[in-house]
Design a protein. Sequence first.
Length: 198
Amino acid sequence: MQNTATIGAVQAAGRFIGYARASLEEREAQAQVLALHAEGCAVFYVEQGQNAWRNRPELARLLGAIQPGDTLMVTRLDRLARSTRDLLEIAEHIHATGAQLASLAEPWVSGNAAVLAVFAGIVAFERSLIVERTSLGREAAKARGVQFGAKPCLAEEQICLANQMIEQGSSVSEAASKLGVHRSTLYRALGRVKQPAC
């Protein structure tokens, strides 16, 4: 079997196109290809090799070549996409092209335009849950005293020292140089800590 196999001539519309991708558990996609071939696929795009689960150049080629009337067939949806959002984007591209998506393990997908709406709703639901959980997590962390953002470059003692140096006639540039920071860093620190407890 070819590594990136295109079996059969790519000619008329209405083709059954098989897509197979090896995984960490299934190092070879041969079983997927056989199952898709048994379902009538004559054209195949196969991701092979160690990184097939991460890199998908054959999928990019397939999506560029798919035509109206074609049916993209997979053994399972997780061979095609890595997430619900990824699946929605691929399904929308296939639908916009005038082609169809079919899955052997999920027959309810095949040619069903309403499935796209369900996917879109699930993606929006997932996104809102993530936003809500992140927001609640940040609020809880703030309540526990966790400070977000970059760690200050200067400790309070260093800011006190800089203030003393400036009061004794040193310029901000000189004080920053002695503390080993840029002048703008010291300006920000002095602005953040108006009256350090020296």
